[in-house]
Ligand binder design. Structure first.
Ligand SMILES: Cc1cc2nc3c(=O)[nH]c(=O)nc-3n(C[C@H](O)[C@H](O)[C@H](O)COP(=O)(O)O)c2cc1C
Length: 348
């Protein structure tokens, strides 16, 4: 037992990272049953979809579980920027015979709202975690009022202090190695983001709440390193991507096997920097483009290209989220990944 397991009620100080688009309830159940904190990512689920997954989780495990949300403020659409971006994509639309005028604009991922809170209250999960800051004070107070512990990602010391000041129970220190979206919300420059083992001890020194290390941790040695730098626990995502419980697409799985060391931060797929395996569109346009519409609006313009390419078996236009340490990805059940990570908690 340590400060984290006491707080979360889990057997192990290991969090199976929420991974929108790559897993749902089945992964959370397997991780929970193995003693970790399993997570349900809700950024790409409707409220009804979230209810269905939470019903499934509740029917299969009595262990504490984490429900995860993005909490960005939806941006005002910017017609000029959208037009510039579609101009950049025009040669690809032409190549696939897509009529650009018929590509709808619109959001790609939803933030935590009062409707999410209304549904979540019926389940009162042990833990709720947020990415991109926190929801407004009223919504956060609601989540805390029914007893859920709150975790949130920080990518800088300033963000960690900001989160602690607003009452989070656990700070997740997300280093730049991490797969998927950077949780950055005060920081704006992806190039200035810190690696996990530089960020972690500085966050540990700056806040009193338990700190969970995330980014590049994929095996027992990584867990041991994080704990020896003051982490109260670890959050691991990429190492679960090839598990049978993951919903990682066949194209994404193939890229993880073929090019696990070739990742970059990119904003082309959603508008926010996120780490994924380099593919054709990242190579040809450059991984970061200032014209990509603000998160999550960029999702819409690339969606038909992704659909056409995927239908032909190609990941050239797909977000292939992966951390820098995908070498830890194995095609084994999630419970076995948890057990392998837990070996790093044993005394030598
Ligand atoms: C495929 C994928 C999807 C992700 N989606 C989310 C998400 O929905 N919510 C979230 O808070 N973090 C998300 N993350 C980030 C993880 O929470 C975590 O920070 C990261 O996986 C840790 O680094 P690692 O991938 O090197 O283990 C995602 C990561 C990956 C790889």
């Amino acid at each position: 037992m340590n400060a984290l397991t006491r707080l979360l009620g889990t057997r192990l100080p290991i969090v199976q990272a929420p991974m929108a688009g790559a897993q749902a309830g089945a992964m959370a159940i397997a991780a929970c049953e193995a003693g970790a904190l399993g997570s349900l990512p809700c950024a790409m689920l409707t409220v009804d979809g979230m209810r269905a997954e939470l019903d499934l989780i509740r029917s299969r495990t009595k262990q504490p579980c984490n429900v995860n949300f993005f909490c960005h403020v939806p941006p005002q659409p910017d017609a000029a920027r959208e037009a510039r971006w579609r101009e950049r994509l025009a040669p690809y639309y032409a190549q696939f015979g897509i009529d650009a005028s018929k590509v709808p604009a619109g959001p790609g991922r939803s933030p935590f709202t009062s409707a999410s809170a209304d549904a979540l209250e019926d389940y009162r999960p042990a833990v709720v975690s947020f990415h991109f800051g926190l929801p407004d004070a009223g919504l956060l107070a609601r989540v805390k009022s029914w007893g859920s512990k709150v975790m949130a990602s920080a990518t800088t010391v300033e963000e960690a202090i900001w989160l602690e000041t607003r009452g989070v129970d656990v700070v997740i220190a997300q280093g730049v190695e991490a797969g998927g979206h950077r949780g950055m919300f005060l920081a704006t420059d992806p190039a200035a983001q810190l690696g996990t083992f530089a960020l972690l001890p500085q966050v540990v020194a700056a806040v009193k709440v338990p700190v969970v290390a995330a980014g590049g941790i994929a095996d027992a040695q990584g867990v041991r390193a994080a704990m020896s730098l003051g982490a109260a626990g670890v959050q691991v995502g990429t190492a679960f991507l090839l598990c049978p419980e993951a919903t990682t697409s066949a194209i994404h799985r193939a890229a993880l096997r073929a090019r696990p060391h070739e990742t970059k931060l990119t904003n082309l797929f959603t508008g926010r920097p996120a780490r994924g395996i380099v593919n054709r569109v990242m190579r040809e346009l450059g991984a970061i483009d200032p014209d990509a519409p603000a998160f999550p609006l960029a999702t819409a313009a690339i969606a038909p290209l992704r659909a056409k390419a995927e239908a032909a078996g190609s990941g050239d236009f797909s977000p292939l989220w992966s951390g820098q340490n995908a070498a830890g990805c194995r095609e084994i059940p999630a419970g076995k990944v948890v057990a392998a990570l837990a070996a790093g908690l044993e005394p030598r």
